[in-house]
Ligand binder design. Structure first.
Ligand code: ZN
Ligand code: FE
Length: 259
């Protein structure tokens, strides 16, 4: 069994740390800063960093990669079409990588950046998704490079993964995302309940992750563009008829950018 913990970085990033207790090998996802990983390794003598997974090129996800690779010799996996420091293995949609004995399928999820990838481990007990800055808990990443169409397509694809899929995204944005979700769906009881729960967790300084896909489908407005009430809110917002789910999605994303 691989244990997964969050190493906080910067103000709201998480570097996910995967640990194989049997071999004392570990892997990290999106180490924007080497320091938290090095501190963990210092506190855990005998452990070895063997692999580094990268979802996209932004500095808060790649800033620590080169230093960690230099110090540990870890193998660096990242998207083929982006500039990833010290990358060893260039990944495209449909590729598979095995890390600490877990096989991950690579999903191309353009939108936040054009080459963004997500890592999915299919498992009947505990499916895992490392979604970077694409699917957040109750939200999604900003469209820095891609179009609403691309992001909507990427999210729809992730939304087809099993209910039990644990979603490990790269930022603690859940509470502010839920504030927006409440504005979009004031009458959705699942959104209200989650907002209350995450408010409590954050007051206690507890992490709100991982999420899971069943919960995301019920509470994440960016996965709910096909819901009539969500379309209605988007139409009110834009003053137009957002005829397709992509248009609804685009209206939500533009609204959230200024929320
Ligand atoms: Zn990013
Ligand atoms: Fe980020």
């Amino acid at each position: 069994m691989i244990q997964i913990d969050a190493l906080p970085a910067f103000s709201d990033n998480y570097i996910w740390l995967l640990q194989d207790n049997a071999s004392k090998r570990c892997a990290v996802v999106d180490p924007g800063d080497a320091a938290p990983v090095l501190a963990w390794l210092d506190d855990h003598p005998g452990w070895h960093l063997s692999d580094i997974l990268v979802t996209h090129h932004h500095a808060d996800h790649t800033g620590g990669v080169a230093q960690l690779k230099n110090l540990s010799g870890a193998r660096v996996y990242g998207p083929a079409s982006e500039n990833i420091p010290a990358r060893d293995v260039a990944l495209d949609d449909g590729d598979e990588v095995t890390v600490l004995g877990l096989t991950f399928a690579v999903h191309a999820v353009a939108g936040h950046t054009l080459g963004h990838i997500a890592f999915y481990h299919a498992d009947s007990q505990r499916p895992l998704l490392f979604s970077g800055d694409t699917l957040f808990a109750a939200g999604c990443g900003r469209l820095f490079e891609g179009t609403p169409q691309q992001m909507h397509h990427s999210l729809q694809r992730l939304a087809t993964l099993p209910d039990a899929t644990l979603v490990y995204c790269a930022h603690e944005y859940t509470l502010s995302n839920l504030r927006f979700a409440v504005a979009v769906e004031p009458d959705n009881p699942d959104v209200a309940a989650r907002f209350e729960q995450v408010t409590q967790w954050r007051e206690q300084d507890r992490i709100s992750l991982p999420s899971n896909l069943a919960l995301e489908r019920k509470t994440n407005p960016f996965l709910r563009a096909s819901q009539p009430s969500v379309k209605q809110k988007a139409d009110e917002r834009t003053g137009t008829d957002n005829a397709s789910p992509v248009e609804v999605f685009a209206a939500l994303r533009a609204w959230k950018d200024k929320f």
